[in-house]
Design a protein around this ligand. Sequence first.
Ligand SMILES: [Zn+2]
Length: 233
Amino acid sequence: MRHRLQCACLAPDGFSVDDVKVVANSIQIQLRSRQPSRTCPDCRRVSRRVQSRYVRRPADLPLSGRLVQLIIVAGWFWCDAVLCGRRIFCEQLDCDVLARYSRRTQRLETIVHHLGLALGGGPAAAFANRLMMPVSNDTLLRVVRRRIADRSDDLPVVGIDDFAFRRGQTYGTIVCDLERRRPVSLLPDRALDTSRSWLAQHPSISIVARDRGGGYGEAIAKALPDAEQVADR
Ligand SMILES: [Zn+2]
């Protein structure tokens, strides 16, 4: 059975493809939302009256070795509700596809985020560029930080380790929730006082996994004397 690539499969959920162009070493995919109407964020009244259009041009996952840029035509809409104080409102795109003000789709940011966690700042940025996902070191670190929710609630089991902002030059500390398998904080350095202060603010921690180096062990012992330490290598 033969399968043809459908243009529609290039679009994130909720969007239709209007046009696809190859421009130099990139592919431009023009999209529009499949949502037939928009809802005023204040009064929840539905509107189809367009006041004006605007275009967003986020980067998306690469395709066949080329950069991909989405061209999303969105609109400003009139709100006709008599008692609503808002005259016009901006079309809100699905945050799971493209966050407000973001220059990258969420699916691209997810890959960048995982590269940042796995490799650290500089090497991850270099590797992302090789994968046709150009991103600066600073941007990559911003993506990692933005996605780390500094949770202060129930955190019984954590892991603590070095995180390379620039390998061989600048290191911070990453703390992960080992039960939910996700990072919870990125500390700016590896100083004992920094990690001790953060740990002391999270008394719910009862088990900490760390490497066999002495620094984190001392911080844990001072901040959480009752916590069990597990040296993982
Ligand atoms: Zn309204």
